[in-house]
Ligand binder design. Structure first.
Ligand code: NI
Length: 196
């Protein structure tokens, strides 16, 4: 290797290593190996169900559950994801009667329990729209290492940018991984049923 090539090669190798390291750090932040990392995804929460009842993480222990962040004014991502989850739940049938998906709003100012109830009526009843006060929502977004940001619109209204990841939580309430809803519903349904 010529000296000139060596001068060029070294920074390139260093750059490649730092890109790999950055990718690994991001991956580990979201998908820590069980017990291997101090980073956790999820945790205790207390939120309000569409019927006004308070539900907590303990409410959903004993069965696997999905978690998805969004808001009812979402133009496309949220309704699409909720439709996909509904199809998967339908494919699970009665065997999956106790499996839940928690649709947690990142827009609690507009998404009251009543709004969540009306919105949720279009989807599988095992999808539960949860809201809460700003502090409770901020905490659950933070604990799930999710992302949500208010974006003003020209007409004085606003929209929300948010994480579109569907989280799969085990029956012990711990994060298992990202749940792929973009595969055939029967296949995704089997994935949930085998965790019962
Ligand atoms: Ni959305």
């Amino acid at each position: 290797m010529s000296p000139r090539a060596r001068r060029l090669a070294l920074p390139l190798v260093a750059l490649a290593i730092s890109i790999v390291a950055l990718g690994t750090a991001t991956y580990l932040a979201l998908f820590p190996r069980s017990g291997g990392s101090a980073v956790t995804v999820g945790g205790p929460f207390a939120l309000t169900a569409p019927d006004g009842r308070t539900v907590t993480d303990a409410t959903f222990r004993g069965k696997p559950f999905l978690v998805f962040f969004g808001f009812t004014h979402c133009p496309d991502v949220c309704p699409t994801k909720l439709f996909e989850i509904s199809e998967i739940f339908r494919a699970m049938g009665d065997r999956g009667r106790d499996v839940r998906a928690l649709f947690i709003t990142v827009d609690p100012e507009r998404d009251t329990p009543e709004v969540m109830k009306t919105y949720g009526a279009s989807f599988d009843p095992r999808i539960l729209g949860l809201t809460g006060d700003r502090a409770a929502i901020d905490k659950v977004v933070r604990d799930y290492r999710a992302y949500a940001r208010k974006v003003p619109l020209k007409d004085g209204e606003y929209t929300m940018e948010h994480t579109a990841l569907v989280y799969l939580m085990g029956s012990d309430g711990r994060f298992i991984g990202a749940f792929n809803v973009e595969r055939p519903p029967a296949e995704a349904a089997q994935d949930l049923l085998r965790r019962l």
